[in-house]
Design a protein around this ligand. Sequence first.
Ligand code: AMP
Length: 313
Amino acid sequence: MTIQPAPLLIVGSIAFDDLDMPSGEHRDVLGGAATYSSLAASLLGVGARVIGIVGDDFPKGHLDELRKRGVDTEGVLRAPGRTFRWHGRYSPDLASRTTLDTQLNVFADFSPRIPAAYEESPFVLLGNIHPKLQVSVLEQTRRPKLVAADTMGFWIQGEPAALAEMLRRIDLLVINDEEARELSGIHNLVKAARDIRKRGPRLLIIKRGEFGALLFDDAGPFLVPAYPLEEVLDPTGAGDSFAGGLMGYIASRREASPAVIRKAMYFAAALGSFCVEGVGPSRLLAIGRSDVAARIASFAKLVDHGGDLSLAG
Ligand code: AMP
């Protein structure tokens, strides 16, 4: 018998991205945290309920693409004005990026109202967006089982008080190493994790790009490597795909035990690895569940050491 996934609610940006890659420039690419994470969850058979806003410049076809994959877009508002825009430039090795411009546009005056049917959503992903909007969505839900959140430097620097309030209300924070250092002011990641967990989230995942991701919880640190890829085209959205894969797997299992979260880290890393293989969300839009299953199988092989690591003699 297959288990029906539990509802997963996602709030986050839906965007047009301008991407300056070493290989060339891409303009008006579909992006945003909610876009990447809902696509990642859909590849695990979870049709996430998305809360967000787009402007009247946003092609209907983009939302149709999401809906075709089972994403529930009833909570996506269309408002007069321009869609959120982000412009980033990557370093020649793609290891770092600079934000050249962030335009909130319709997100600036957005006050999310979640459809009544979404109030009972046991799993909630507060994707990257203003921490006040993250809290507002959370306040409209009823006792979710697990609330995860993402954020970025833009909010850590710009909205520290709202961010602190958001941190007090969540179970799991998913950020990258640079953000963890920025948020805590501590370079050592183990110490930074201890500091951040004291601010609210009992669980913390620190993503480290090609070096994998670390989970910190009461059961002790846990590491998942990044899937080794021969070609990386565009890292944009990898973090959001990771978070969507993570929460998608947890929703598909309907529980967030330490064991399930550890397995979910593999699905998260697998979805992140697909994301970087194409510009924007193109690769996530091109693959299916069998591709995910195949990558998970090679992932299992990647970390299979035979089972016995006791010291000989
Ligand atoms: P990631 O590469 O996973 O960190 O996410 C990249 C996505 O985040 C892009 O598609 C952007 O549209 C979106 N983004 C960039 N800056 C912000 C911001 N300040 N708030 C919300 N979303 C953002």
